[in-house]
Design a protein around this ligand. Sequence first.
Ligand SMILES: O=P(O)(O)OC[C@H]1O[C@H](O[C@H]2O[C@H](CO)[C@@H](O)[C@H](O)[C@H]2O)[C@H](O)[C@@H](O)[C@@H]1O
Ligand SMILES: O=c1ccn([C@@H]2O[C@H](COP(=O)(O)OP(=O)(O)O)[C@@H](O)[C@H]2O)c(=O)[nH]1
Length: 754
Amino acid sequence: MTPACGERPKLLVVANRLPVSAKRTGENSWFLEMSPGGLVSGVTAQFDTKWVGWPGVDVYDEVGKNALSKALAEMKCIPVFLEEVFDQYYNGYCNGILWPILHHMGLPQDDHHDTNKTSQTQYDAYKKANRLFLDVIIDNYEEGDIVWCHDYHLMFLPQYLKEYNSKIKVGWFLHSPFPSSEVYKTLPSRSELLRSVLTADLLGFHTYDFARHFVSTCTRILGVEGTHEGIVDQGRVTRVAVFPIGIDPDRFIRTCKLPEVIQQMNELKERFSGKKVILGVDRLDMIKGIPQKYLGFEKFLEENPNWRHKVVLVQIAVPTRNGVPEYQKVKTQVHGLVGRINGRFGSVSSLPIHHLDCSVNFNYLCALYAIADVMLVTSLRDGMNLVSYEFVACQEAEKGVLVLSEFAGAGQSLGAGALLSKNRLIILGFFGTLTEPMHRRTKEMDLKLNPEVKGTLEALCNDPKTTVVVLSRTGRNILDQIFGEYNIWLAAENGMFLRHTTGEWVTNLPENMNLDWVDGAKNVFKYFTDRTPRSFFKASETSLVWNYEYADVEFGRAQARDMLQYLWAGPISNASVDVVRGNHSVEVHAMGETKGAAIDRILGEIVHKKSMTTPIDFVFCSGYFLKKDEDIYTFFESEILSPKLSYEPRSKSINHSLQKKKVSSSVLDLKKDNYFSAAIGQSHTKARYFIDSSRKVVDLLSQLAVADTTTTMTDSFSDSQLHQTRNTDENLKRWINSVRRKELEIGDSELIGM
Ligand SMILES: O=P(O)(O)OC[C@H]1O[C@H](O[C@H]2O[C@H](CO)[C@@H](O)[C@H](O)[C@H]2O)[C@H](O)[C@@H](O)[C@@H]1O
Ligand SMILES: O=c1ccn([C@@H]2O[C@H](COP(=O)(O)OP(=O)(O)O)[C@@H](O)[C@H]2O)c(=O)[nH]1
């Protein structure tokens, strides 16, 4: 029966745990408190509905069961008493077998002597527990109710529910990750569990990756079809979708304003005054990476003696699943590490790690979140990790830093604001960007690196996570002279030549570039140089520049006009070239030789040379570029709109041959918020921002050298010295289209844009 018009169907939330856990205080009296874990926080925040679940306690007597059921009913909770089955179901199959597999950890390897018997008993207990849940649902189900099953504890429940009544609408949501099929297929009961889950109408996951893994696992293990909607099996569709869980931020913001919580914050600030506070809040679960967090902290203290006694790591390690051997082991390991690190770096008055084996109440948790300078989330794998959201919600005043493991689901939604930058690319022009401020007529040979940028540039170039490229119109010799000492990539003559300073120059020409015109044009350039006193010309493989700035100006201009006529009539008449007439120069260069055209090949080459497999997840590009070279900015914008899958290096080596190799994974992992472009000195630009002077570039680079955050850049770009040039997708598309127009800069081109 469908509910009457206007009447909403009732939702039965079924999870292993009820949102409250019970403690017995007398024969028929119970104390109820909030259950631990993100499932409870996340689901209670969003729904006012009936819950079915385990009350967190073993009850064997009828008096106790009745009293507890009554107490829970007031909170719209219905208990499932699991009794004898609980240990083998919860500690055994759920948390000893399924949990490690779902978190990519594989099956536990010890207890060989009894493995078959134990795992069979656990599997049977798991099925029995699922049936006990079914029984309670049947007792409470009313026609039209929707049953929403949660998590890996209840993978048989959808099938049992549909067998009982095929019309019940059933959803199933997984709060943990779902691993790749290679990991999942090691589970002996892999097919039965998948088949059962697929009987549900709708399946939900936190992230696209988990959903994708699930679908491909079903297709590989069961041979069913995966479509954009979900799984199709013999005409029946099970929808698979992504529903990331969240928190109620207002609850945290409100709590932080309570006088009692402000008082706690003040006490904590005083307690840790003069120190930076790093906070960790995790269940003491191996997936949370607490030992790894401590080892990292120990290394930090080893390598940075000046930070000892100036930083404290406060770790709330909420006790969890004590009945599972792996959890007991991790607890012992963690305690050993705390003892060692505090012993090594502590003093009578100060301990580097404050480790608490307990949970804390909500108000105190908010106070801790609010005063922390750094929240350190080091999950090895984590479904979502609500703690990271909660920290952000409590940080209105302090603006601390969230260090968030990319292996937590939250990394996919908080990524833009968290410290994830693993592989940064910085592309800089030379003239007007890194040079000393100077007159634009300064000769190439006199160009000098801005002394203020030297230290910063060195730090960035030596950072293993950062690739720095100077992309300039300048020639190879000059770049060699100026940057020879740095660990840097040099792209000379607008990227036609490329070199890492530890290697040799390679030509980086587009494939099939026709250079037949060069010899003929060179003759014309020579002819006019010979006939125009004090003029000179420079030639490279792809361009020729004739300069008459020291000649008689009138005569030079007349000669330039003649020279162009000769060129157009002769050597370049059918050639694919750009001709740029400057105030005192004529330049001919191969078409397509812009920074935007070259960057694609430069990236391919760098990726190949560095054997780069980690996608570039941060790009900063800035320069004092010619208008036509601004296509470098649109190159990155178009990567954001339609990313390429891979790069194939295409350059030809002058001095040694390069083995061509396809890079298989995506190279640029750019979203809107991890790409920053800033044009120097020109407000009409395709860059996202413009900067008045190169001095600001020095500031920005120095910030990047000390903190590798996208947040840092976002903050910097929102200050008054930087001007946003655009921010809408529509504009973005227009700019990308406009770049297809051929734009030639007529003006003083000798030095601008180097
Ligand atoms: O009930 P426990 O065995 O004590 O464990 C607590 C919960 O741990 C897991 O939480 C997951 O759900 C969170 C919310 O979706 C998510 O943010 C987190 O990453 C997961 O680890 C488990 O999946 C829950 O069933 C437990 O209640
Ligand atoms: O002493 C504590 C520490 C944490 N939490 C809560 O436990 C949840 C942990 O959820 P998360 O998704 O981060 O991880 P899970 O424990 O579910 O794997 C968060 O809502 C925390 O506020 C709590 O209730 N008491």
